[in-house]
Write a protein that binds this ligand. Sequence first.
Ligand code: SF4
Ligand code: SF4
Ligand code: SF4
Length: 156
Amino acid sequence: MSISVACMHCDDAPCMAVCPTDCFYKTDDGIVLHDKDLCIGCGYCLYACPFGAPQFPQQDAFGERGKMDKCTFCAGGPAESKEEEYEKYGSNRIAEGKLPLCAEMCSTKALLAGDAQDVADIFRQRVVHRGHKDGAWSNNPQASADNLAYDAAHKG
Ligand code: SF4
Ligand code: SF4
Ligand code: SF4
């Protein structure tokens, strides 16, 4: 099984709140990015994030874990040049007008990227059309809980 550990780009981001060196910042699009040059590798953001998004890329023999890494929504990060940005943060696909790579590649479109309201609307439509009975939106909490499991064999 594979699960995505993409950053959710929280409105009120706990990682931003706890970082002692103010690594994190938000772009005008609401993307939460971080500055690896400022990171001291304390790990606070890793423990504060409810989604496990910040991850140390390595751990050496003496417990040194290096600079924190995190999903960037494929939007790069602060750097002097494109080459440096690519080296530190990977491709800046957003600057090229592209979707984040995981959303682009996801064969079942389980991963979506875009405005939160648009993404929520798409998932809501999926529940309505692919779920059964009341989908997840019944006034009866038990019915909602029962129906949340998507039945792939259901053709209705
Ligand atoms: S790293 Fe975690 S806490 Fe920070 S914005 Fe992403 S999902 Fe939210
Ligand atoms: S590990 Fe780096 S980014 Fe995370 S809280 Fe510490 S200094 Fe900030
Ligand atoms: S492909 Fe881009 S958006 Fe997707 S998890 Fe990786 S950095 Fe984040």
